[in-house]
Design a protein around this ligand. Structure first.
Ligand code: ACO
Length: 317
Protein backbone atom coordinates (compact mmCIF):
# COMPACT_ATOMS: atom_id res chain seq x y z
CA UNK A 1 0.00 0.00 0.00
CA UNK A 2 0.91 3.64 -0.16
CA UNK A 3 -0.48 6.70 1.61
CA UNK A 4 -2.29 9.12 -0.72
CA UNK A 5 -4.09 11.42 1.72
CA UNK A 6 -3.88 12.59 5.34
CA UNK A 7 -6.13 14.56 7.70
CA UNK A 8 -6.54 15.49 11.35
CA UNK A 9 -8.87 17.18 13.82
CA UNK A 10 -8.21 18.56 17.30
CA UNK A 11 -10.65 19.46 20.07
CA UNK A 12 -11.13 23.22 20.47
CA UNK A 13 -10.31 23.34 24.22
CA UNK A 14 -6.63 24.07 24.91
CA UNK A 15 -5.53 23.17 28.45
CA UNK A 16 -2.22 24.74 29.42
CA UNK A 17 0.01 23.66 32.30
CA UNK A 18 -0.94 26.92 34.05
CA UNK A 19 -4.61 25.89 33.89
CA UNK A 20 -3.76 22.55 35.54
CA UNK A 21 -1.88 24.39 38.30
CA UNK A 22 -5.22 25.95 39.28
CA UNK A 23 -6.75 22.68 40.51
CA UNK A 24 -3.84 20.25 40.92
CA UNK A 25 -0.76 20.22 43.11
CA UNK A 26 1.52 20.48 40.06
CA UNK A 27 3.64 23.00 38.21
CA UNK A 28 4.45 24.02 34.66
CA UNK A 29 8.10 23.31 35.51
CA UNK A 30 7.41 19.70 36.69
CA UNK A 31 5.27 18.87 33.68
CA UNK A 32 7.67 20.40 31.14
CA UNK A 33 10.76 18.79 32.67
CA UNK A 34 9.25 15.30 33.07
CA UNK A 35 7.18 15.15 29.87
CA UNK A 36 8.02 18.04 27.52
CA UNK A 37 4.34 19.05 27.48
CA UNK A 38 3.21 22.69 27.62
CA UNK A 39 -0.42 22.22 26.66
CA UNK A 40 -2.85 19.64 25.34
CA UNK A 41 -6.19 19.67 23.46
CA UNK A 42 -9.03 18.17 25.49
CA UNK A 43 -12.51 17.05 24.40
CA UNK A 44 -15.21 19.35 25.86
CA UNK A 45 -18.33 20.10 23.83
CA UNK A 46 -17.32 17.96 20.81
CA UNK A 47 -17.74 14.22 20.42
CA UNK A 48 -14.84 12.02 19.40
CA UNK A 49 -16.91 10.69 16.50
CA UNK A 50 -17.11 14.24 15.08
CA UNK A 51 -13.35 14.72 15.27
CA UNK A 52 -12.81 11.28 13.70
CA UNK A 53 -15.22 12.06 10.86
CA UNK A 54 -13.62 15.47 10.24
CA UNK A 55 -10.12 13.92 10.05
CA UNK A 56 -11.48 11.21 7.73
CA UNK A 57 -13.16 13.68 5.39
CA UNK A 58 -9.97 15.76 5.18
CA UNK A 59 -7.86 12.68 4.36
CA UNK A 60 -10.30 11.61 1.61
CA UNK A 61 -10.28 15.12 0.12
CA UNK A 62 -6.47 15.24 0.30
CA UNK A 63 -6.37 11.92 -1.57
CA UNK A 64 -8.51 13.42 -4.36
CA UNK A 65 -11.22 10.82 -3.72
CA UNK A 66 -14.82 10.87 -2.49
CA UNK A 67 -16.39 8.75 0.25
CA UNK A 68 -17.87 6.52 -2.49
CA UNK A 69 -14.32 5.47 -3.48
CA UNK A 70 -13.53 4.08 -0.01
CA UNK A 71 -14.05 0.34 0.17
CA UNK A 72 -12.95 -0.42 3.74
CA UNK A 73 -12.61 1.60 6.96
CA UNK A 74 -10.36 0.62 9.86
CA UNK A 75 -10.54 2.73 13.01
CA UNK A 76 -8.00 2.47 15.81
CA UNK A 77 -9.72 3.41 19.06
CA UNK A 78 -9.50 2.49 22.74
CA UNK A 79 -12.62 4.24 24.09
CA UNK A 80 -15.39 6.49 22.92
CA UNK A 81 -18.94 7.01 24.13
CA UNK A 82 -20.13 3.81 22.47
CA UNK A 83 -19.05 0.30 23.40
CA UNK A 84 -20.93 -0.77 20.30
CA UNK A 85 -21.25 -0.04 17.40
CA UNK A 86 -17.62 0.50 16.53
CA UNK A 87 -16.43 4.03 15.86
CA UNK A 88 -15.63 3.03 12.26
CA UNK A 89 -19.38 2.40 11.66
CA UNK A 90 -20.25 5.84 13.01
CA UNK A 91 -17.57 7.47 10.82
CA UNK A 92 -18.93 5.60 7.77
CA UNK A 93 -22.38 7.14 8.24
CA UNK A 94 -21.01 10.63 8.92
CA UNK A 95 -18.86 10.78 5.79
CA UNK A 96 -21.40 8.97 3.57
CA UNK A 97 -19.33 5.89 2.72
CA UNK A 98 -20.92 2.50 2.05
CA UNK A 99 -18.13 0.01 2.74
CA UNK A 100 -17.39 -2.58 5.45
CA UNK A 101 -15.91 -1.20 8.67
CA UNK A 102 -13.96 -2.53 11.62
CA UNK A 103 -12.39 -1.16 14.81
CA UNK A 104 -9.05 -2.23 16.21
CA UNK A 105 -7.91 -1.76 19.79
CA UNK A 106 -4.16 -2.20 20.09
CA UNK A 107 -3.89 0.79 22.45
CA UNK A 108 -1.32 3.40 21.44
CA UNK A 109 0.15 1.11 18.75
CA UNK A 110 -3.26 0.84 17.05
CA UNK A 111 -2.61 3.14 14.09
CA UNK A 112 0.37 1.03 13.01
CA UNK A 113 -1.61 -2.21 13.50
CA UNK A 114 -4.38 -0.69 11.34
CA UNK A 115 -1.92 0.31 8.59
CA UNK A 116 -0.54 -3.24 8.60
CA UNK A 117 -4.08 -4.68 8.32
CA UNK A 118 -4.84 -2.29 5.47
CA UNK A 119 -1.72 -3.43 3.64
CA UNK A 120 -2.79 -7.09 4.00
CA UNK A 121 -6.28 -6.36 2.68
CA UNK A 122 -4.92 -4.49 -0.31
CA UNK A 123 -2.38 -7.25 -1.03
CA UNK A 124 -5.16 -9.85 -0.91
CA UNK A 125 -7.06 -7.87 -3.55
CA UNK A 126 -10.08 -7.47 -1.26
CA UNK A 127 -9.91 -3.66 -1.15
CA UNK A 128 -8.41 -0.84 -3.17
CA UNK A 129 -8.86 2.40 -1.20
CA UNK A 130 -8.84 2.07 2.59
CA UNK A 131 -9.51 4.79 5.14
CA UNK A 132 -7.47 4.32 8.32
CA UNK A 133 -8.48 6.53 11.24
CA UNK A 134 -6.94 6.77 14.72
CA UNK A 135 -9.28 8.58 17.11
CA UNK A 136 -8.70 8.74 20.83
CA UNK A 137 -9.93 10.46 23.97
CA UNK A 138 -7.60 9.18 26.70
CA UNK A 139 -8.52 12.21 28.84
CA UNK A 140 -11.80 10.34 29.52
CA UNK A 141 -9.96 7.34 31.02
CA UNK A 142 -8.02 9.10 33.76
CA UNK A 143 -8.89 10.48 37.18
CA UNK A 144 -8.60 14.27 36.91
CA UNK A 145 -7.74 14.44 40.62
CA UNK A 146 -4.66 12.28 40.01
CA UNK A 147 -1.82 14.65 39.06
CA UNK A 148 0.43 11.78 38.06
CA UNK A 149 -1.84 10.82 35.15
CA UNK A 150 -4.27 13.53 34.02
CA UNK A 151 -1.53 15.98 33.03
CA UNK A 152 -0.18 13.51 30.46
CA UNK A 153 -3.02 13.12 27.99
CA UNK A 154 -4.76 14.93 25.15
CA UNK A 155 -7.43 13.98 22.60
CA UNK A 156 -7.53 14.04 18.80
CA UNK A 157 -8.06 12.18 15.55
CA UNK A 158 -5.76 11.55 12.60
CA UNK A 159 -6.51 9.73 9.36
CA UNK A 160 -4.90 8.49 6.18
CA UNK A 161 -6.20 7.03 2.92
CA UNK A 162 -4.11 4.21 1.49
CA UNK A 163 -4.29 2.52 -1.88
CA UNK A 164 -2.35 0.00 -3.97
CA UNK A 165 1.33 0.92 -4.19
CA UNK A 166 4.85 0.34 -2.96
CA UNK A 167 4.88 2.65 0.06
CA UNK A 168 5.25 0.18 2.94
CA UNK A 169 8.82 -1.10 3.08
CA UNK A 170 8.49 -3.29 6.17
CA UNK A 171 6.57 -3.54 9.43
CA UNK A 172 6.81 -5.28 12.78
CA UNK A 173 4.08 -5.90 15.36
CA UNK A 174 4.67 -7.45 18.79
CA UNK A 175 2.47 -8.21 21.78
CA UNK A 176 3.43 -9.46 25.23
CA UNK A 177 0.49 -10.01 27.57
CA UNK A 178 1.28 -7.70 30.48
CA UNK A 179 -1.75 -6.09 32.02
CA UNK A 180 -0.39 -5.17 35.43
CA UNK A 181 1.48 -1.97 34.54
CA UNK A 182 -1.14 -0.28 32.34
CA UNK A 183 -4.89 -0.87 32.21
CA UNK A 184 -8.33 0.69 32.47
CA UNK A 185 -11.25 -1.36 33.78
CA UNK A 186 -14.93 -0.54 33.34
CA UNK A 187 -17.75 -2.29 35.22
CA UNK A 188 -20.35 -3.86 32.94
CA UNK A 189 -24.09 -4.13 33.63
CA UNK A 190 -24.97 -6.51 36.45
CA UNK A 191 -26.95 -9.71 35.73
CA UNK A 192 -28.80 -12.04 38.12
CA UNK A 193 -25.86 -14.47 37.69
CA UNK A 194 -22.88 -12.24 38.41
CA UNK A 195 -21.43 -13.28 41.74
CA UNK A 196 -17.81 -12.21 41.30
CA UNK A 197 -16.71 -8.91 42.73
CA UNK A 198 -16.40 -6.28 40.02
CA UNK A 199 -15.04 -2.78 40.01
CA UNK A 200 -14.64 0.23 37.80
CA UNK A 201 -11.49 2.32 38.10
CA UNK A 202 -9.74 5.04 36.14
CA UNK A 203 -6.63 4.20 34.16
CA UNK A 204 -3.76 2.72 36.15
CA UNK A 205 -0.22 3.22 34.89
CA UNK A 206 3.12 2.41 36.44
CA UNK A 207 4.92 5.27 34.68
CA UNK A 208 8.48 4.16 35.43
CA UNK A 209 7.85 0.60 34.24
CA UNK A 210 6.13 1.82 31.05
CA UNK A 211 8.95 4.32 30.43
CA UNK A 212 11.63 1.60 30.60
CA UNK A 213 9.65 -0.89 28.50
CA UNK A 214 8.82 1.81 25.93
CA UNK A 215 12.43 2.88 25.34
CA UNK A 216 13.68 -0.71 25.13
CA UNK A 217 10.90 -2.02 22.89
CA UNK A 218 10.85 0.94 20.51
CA UNK A 219 14.66 0.84 20.17
CA UNK A 220 14.52 -2.90 19.48
CA UNK A 221 11.78 -2.47 16.82
CA UNK A 222 13.69 0.36 15.12
CA UNK A 223 16.91 -1.66 15.04
CA UNK A 224 15.12 -4.71 13.60
CA UNK A 225 13.37 -2.72 10.87
CA UNK A 226 16.48 -0.77 9.83
CA UNK A 227 18.39 -4.01 9.50
CA UNK A 228 15.56 -5.70 7.58
CA UNK A 229 15.39 -2.76 5.16
CA UNK A 230 19.20 -2.51 4.87
CA UNK A 231 19.12 1.13 6.02
CA UNK A 232 21.30 3.24 8.32
CA UNK A 233 19.62 5.36 11.04
CA UNK A 234 20.44 8.54 9.08
CA UNK A 235 18.69 7.20 5.93
CA UNK A 236 15.38 7.87 7.71
CA UNK A 237 14.23 11.46 7.22
CA UNK A 238 11.75 11.41 10.08
CA UNK A 239 11.14 9.09 13.02
CA UNK A 240 7.44 9.53 13.74
CA UNK A 241 7.36 8.10 17.26
CA UNK A 242 4.43 7.69 19.64
CA UNK A 243 4.18 11.04 21.42
CA UNK A 244 4.01 9.79 25.00
CA UNK A 245 6.85 11.70 26.57
CA UNK A 246 9.63 13.92 25.16
CA UNK A 247 12.21 12.12 27.32
CA UNK A 248 11.36 8.78 25.66
CA UNK A 249 11.80 10.39 22.21
CA UNK A 250 15.11 12.00 23.26
CA UNK A 251 16.37 8.70 24.71
CA UNK A 252 15.69 6.96 21.38
CA UNK A 253 17.35 9.81 19.43
CA UNK A 254 20.46 9.51 21.65
CA UNK A 255 20.57 5.77 21.24
CA UNK A 256 20.43 6.17 17.43
CA UNK A 257 23.08 8.96 17.68
CA UNK A 258 20.86 11.28 15.64
CA UNK A 259 19.97 14.89 16.36
CA UNK A 260 16.41 15.88 17.14
CA UNK A 261 15.85 17.28 13.61
CA UNK A 262 14.96 13.67 12.64
CA UNK A 263 12.33 13.53 15.41
CA UNK A 264 9.34 15.78 14.79
CA UNK A 265 7.09 16.15 17.84
CA UNK A 266 3.66 17.38 18.82
CA UNK A 267 3.71 16.13 22.42
CA UNK A 268 4.49 19.66 23.62
CA UNK A 269 1.22 20.96 22.09
CA UNK A 270 -1.04 17.88 22.07
CA UNK A 271 0.02 15.72 25.03
CA UNK A 272 -0.17 11.93 24.68
CA UNK A 273 -3.03 11.28 22.25
CA UNK A 274 -2.64 7.48 22.30
CA UNK A 275 -2.83 5.87 18.84
CA UNK A 276 -3.81 9.20 17.25
CA UNK A 277 -0.39 10.70 17.99
CA UNK A 278 1.53 9.23 15.04
CA UNK A 279 -1.38 9.87 12.64
CA UNK A 280 -1.65 13.50 13.79
CA UNK A 281 2.08 14.01 13.35
CA UNK A 282 2.10 12.49 9.87
CA UNK A 283 -0.64 14.89 8.77
CA UNK A 284 1.20 17.86 10.28
CA UNK A 285 4.39 16.95 8.39
CA UNK A 286 2.52 16.43 5.14
CA UNK A 287 0.50 19.65 5.32
CA UNK A 288 3.56 21.68 6.35
CA UNK A 289 5.27 20.48 3.14
CA UNK A 290 8.02 18.68 5.07
CA UNK A 291 7.66 15.39 3.20
CA UNK A 292 9.10 14.87 -0.28
CA UNK A 293 8.60 11.97 -2.65
CA UNK A 294 11.10 9.24 -1.81
CA UNK A 295 11.56 10.26 1.85
CA UNK A 296 11.76 7.32 4.23
CA UNK A 297 9.76 7.63 7.45
CA UNK A 298 9.86 5.26 10.39
CA UNK A 299 6.77 5.03 12.61
CA UNK A 300 7.09 3.37 16.02
CA UNK A 301 4.62 3.12 18.90
CA UNK A 302 4.01 1.18 22.12
CA UNK A 303 1.05 0.86 24.42
CA UNK A 304 -1.10 -1.15 26.75
CA UNK A 305 -1.10 -4.86 26.07
CA UNK A 306 1.91 -4.52 25.99
CA UNK A 307 1.82 -3.91 22.24
CA UNK A 308 4.37 -2.41 19.91
CA UNK A 309 4.04 -1.53 16.24
CA UNK A 310 6.61 -0.10 13.87
CA UNK A 311 6.95 0.33 10.12
CA UNK A 312 9.11 2.05 7.52
CA UNK A 313 7.21 3.83 4.78
CA UNK A 314 8.39 5.60 1.66
CA UNK A 315 6.54 8.84 0.96
CA UNK A 316 5.06 8.55 -2.51
CA UNK A 317 2.57 11.44 -2.51
N1 ACO B 1 3.14 17.37 39.31
C1 ACO B 1 4.03 17.41 40.32
N2 ACO B 1 4.56 16.31 40.87
C2 ACO B 1 4.15 15.12 40.38
C3 ACO B 1 3.22 15.02 39.34
C4 ACO B 1 2.71 16.21 38.81
N3 ACO B 1 1.82 16.24 37.78
N4 ACO B 1 3.02 13.72 39.08
C5 ACO B 1 3.79 13.01 39.91
N5 ACO B 1 4.48 13.86 40.71
C6 ACO B 1 5.45 13.55 41.75
C7 ACO B 1 5.29 12.15 42.27
O1 ACO B 1 4.31 12.12 43.28
C8 ACO B 1 6.69 11.88 42.80
O2 ACO B 1 6.80 12.50 44.07
P1 ACO B 1 7.61 11.78 45.26
O3 ACO B 1 9.02 11.64 44.73
O4 ACO B 1 7.47 12.74 46.38
O5 ACO B 1 6.94 10.46 45.47
C9 ACO B 1 7.59 12.65 41.85
O6 ACO B 1 6.76 13.60 41.17
C10 ACO B 1 8.28 11.78 40.82
O7 ACO B 1 7.33 10.97 40.21
P2 ACO B 1 7.77 9.87 39.21
O8 ACO B 1 6.58 9.02 38.90
O9 ACO B 1 9.00 9.22 39.72
O10 ACO B 1 8.16 10.72 37.93
P3 ACO B 1 8.84 10.22 36.61
O11 ACO B 1 10.10 10.97 36.41
O12 ACO B 1 8.90 8.74 36.48
O13 ACO B 1 7.83 10.77 35.52
C11 ACO B 1 6.05 10.02 34.07
C12 ACO B 1 6.49 10.29 35.49
C13 ACO B 1 6.05 11.35 33.32
C14 ACO B 1 4.66 9.41 34.07
C15 ACO B 1 7.05 9.07 33.40
O14 ACO B 1 7.27 7.95 34.23
C16 ACO B 1 6.59 8.59 32.05
O15 ACO B 1 6.46 9.36 31.11
N6 ACO B 1 6.38 7.28 31.90
C17 ACO B 1 5.97 6.72 30.61
C18 ACO B 1 4.52 6.92 30.43
C19 ACO B 1 4.14 6.57 29.04
O16 ACO B 1 4.94 6.51 28.12
N7 ACO B 1 2.90 6.29 28.83
C20 ACO B 1 2.50 6.02 27.49
C21 ACO B 1 2.05 4.65 27.30
S1 ACO B 1 0.42 4.50 27.68
C22 ACO B 1 -0.43 5.34 26.62
O17 ACO B 1 0.11 5.97 25.73
C23 ACO B 1 -1.91 5.40 26.78
Amino acid sequence: MKIIGTGRAHPSQVVTNAMLEQFLDTSDEWIKTRTGMSERRVISSEKLEDLASEAAAKAIEDAGLTAADIDYIICSNVVNEYITPGLSCIIQGAIGAKCACVDVNAACSGFIYALDMADDRIKSGKAKNILVVAAEEPTRMVDWKDRSLCVLFGDGAGAVVVTEGEGLICSRLTTVSKTDCLHYVRRLEPTPYITKEEHSAPMYMNGKEVFKTAVLSSSRDIKTLLSEAGLQPSDIKYYVLHQANMRIIEAIANWLKLDMSHFPTNVERCGNTSSASTALLLDELSREGKLQKGDKILLSAFGAGFTTGACIIEWTK
